[in-house]
Ligand binder design. Sequence first.
Ligand code: FES
Length: 232
Amino acid sequence: MQVDLRILRYDPERDAAPHWESYSVDAAPRDRVLNLLQSVKDAQDGTLTFRRSCAHGICGSDAMLINGRNRLACKIRVEQLGRKVSVAPIGGLPVVKDLVVEMEGFFEKYRTVMPYFVNDTPTPTRERRQTAEDRERYDDTTKCILCAACTTSCPSFWAQPSYIGPAAIVQAHRFIFDSRDTAADERLEILADDEGVWRCRTTFNCVTACPREINVTGAILEVTRAIVGRHG
Ligand code: FES
């Protein structure tokens, strides 16, 4: 089938502003949008720029705004979209070129929530034990691949780019509710800041955008309740 592919192009060295360009691409129904982009790059315009790495929904490199919704280009199939496909960069982050956005600000916020295991008590002779229920408590948020689809679909983030954003809160949640970790209070303190969880307006865009089907808004609300419980 022929797919009418529109891509929001922008080369800061050449263009005054982003503009749409159209390409006709031969595709099979089960091809991914990433295949379409690669086909354009290989056969029509080698300057087209986008990120990808694993091509299997694991690394989180290729989140894009596809037919109006944030998705991974390597996961969404042509048959799910139809013959007309539009692709633009994820919103709210500076565009470096075409579909590549500057992610440093995003990762800077991620780093502020201490996204690593903390436990300074003496190391036990065997592993730090945890019940199945304890493990289940944060299972959902372990699925995050830091693709930024949630944060860049969030109206609160668009309106206030200093908002720490859903992805960083999801990463904090993964450790806050881990029974073996001892730094929950520090993380809750960070997220109780003006730029923390209070900026969430529960629009649920993040839930719709997450390619791993994490209940992002639910995680934010759990963190919010933990902050309130701590001060209450
Ligand atoms: S390229 Fe790795 S998630 Fe799509």
